[in-house]
Design a protein around this ligand. Structure first.
Ligand code: SF4
Length: 266
């Protein structure tokens, strides 16, 4: 048996069936993250995963693999897990999971294509920033170039992913530059959804500056396909959602109105 201490999941996966694949975080070095500090990292055995599935609701359509980075268990095991899901939950149309640029770099394009065919349909990946100095300071463990390379590989494999980014991460006075660099990085690949999170670090950016960062992002994103821009995560100081490029003006107007409100002080 295994112990599960905490399960983190994206709000969109609230209605999915959770299938534990790892506990703790294998990497556990990101300077901004305390989610798994003090928690032992381990892989759930295939036998235990099969036991979970045996008791799973037969008619479920969505499964979310839980753990900081379930893709870190490697191709062979993920493929076996997908086969077990197919066997026990035959109506499941979408398996989703958190992943990291580091773990995706271990998979070949062919392997990712096979996993897509086996039912892996959506990854949530922390890109965080489009600036190498910020990624280094945050000990993220990947560079902007590596992130773009892995994202393009996922595009070729037709494996959809959501791009998680953090505003406020570059510190005071750096927001516009961070937003422009992050938009430039995202413009190099296709992503289903851009999910923003708000973070306070070192010399924190003021509420207004963080909103200007969101606005600058919106002004600079040039998606190659319709892409959802989503600031509904609970950490955000403004909650909105729309599809780029169609809703760009509407989204920008909402942020602009918030910026001009004198009452804003975060
Ligand atoms: S890889 Fe994810 S869970 Fe692990 S420390 Fe970094 S942000 Fe936290």
């Amino acid at each position: 048996m295994y112990d599960i201490h905490a399960i983190y999941f994206p709000p969109d996966e609230l209605s999915s069936v959770f299938l534990p694949v790892t506990t703790g975080c294998l990497y556990n070095k990101c300077a901004f993250c305390s989610m798994y500090k003090g928690e032992k990292n381990s892989e759930i055995s295939l036998q235990d995963i099969e036991k979970e599935l045996l008791n799973g609701p037969l008619y479920t359509e969505k499964v979310f693999l839980t753990g900081a980075d379930p893709m870190s268990v490697g191709y062979k095991k993920i493929k076996q897990i997908l086969k077990l899901i197919k066997k026990y939950l035959p109506y499941c149309a979408c398996v989703a999971s958190y992943a990291s640029i580091r773990s995706i770099s271990k998979y070949t394009l062919e392997e990712l294509s096979i996993l897509h065919e086996e039912g892996l349909r959506l990854l949530y990946i922390g890109f965080e920033s489009g600036r190498d100095d910020v990624l280094k300071l945050m000990k993220k463990g990947h560079t902007v170039e590596e992130a773009i390379t892995q994202a393009k590989k996922l595009n070729k494999a037709k494996l959809q992913f959501n791009t998680i980014i953090i505003y406020g991460i570059a510190g005071e006075g750096e927001s516009i530059n961070n937003a422009v660099a992050t938009a430039k990085m995202i413009n190099k690949f296709m992503t289903k959804r851009i999910i923003t999170m708000n973070l306070t670090v070192f010399i924190p950016t003021k509420g207004k500056e963080r909103l200007i960062e969101v606005k600058t992002l919106l002004e600079n994103l040039e998606p190659k396909q319709p892409t959802i821009f989503d600031t509904t995560h609970p950490t955000n100081i403004i909650k909105s959602e729309g599809t780029l490029p169609y809703d760009r003006e509407k989204l920008i107007n909402k942020v602009t109105r918030a910026i001009s409100k004198k009452a804003i002080s975060f």
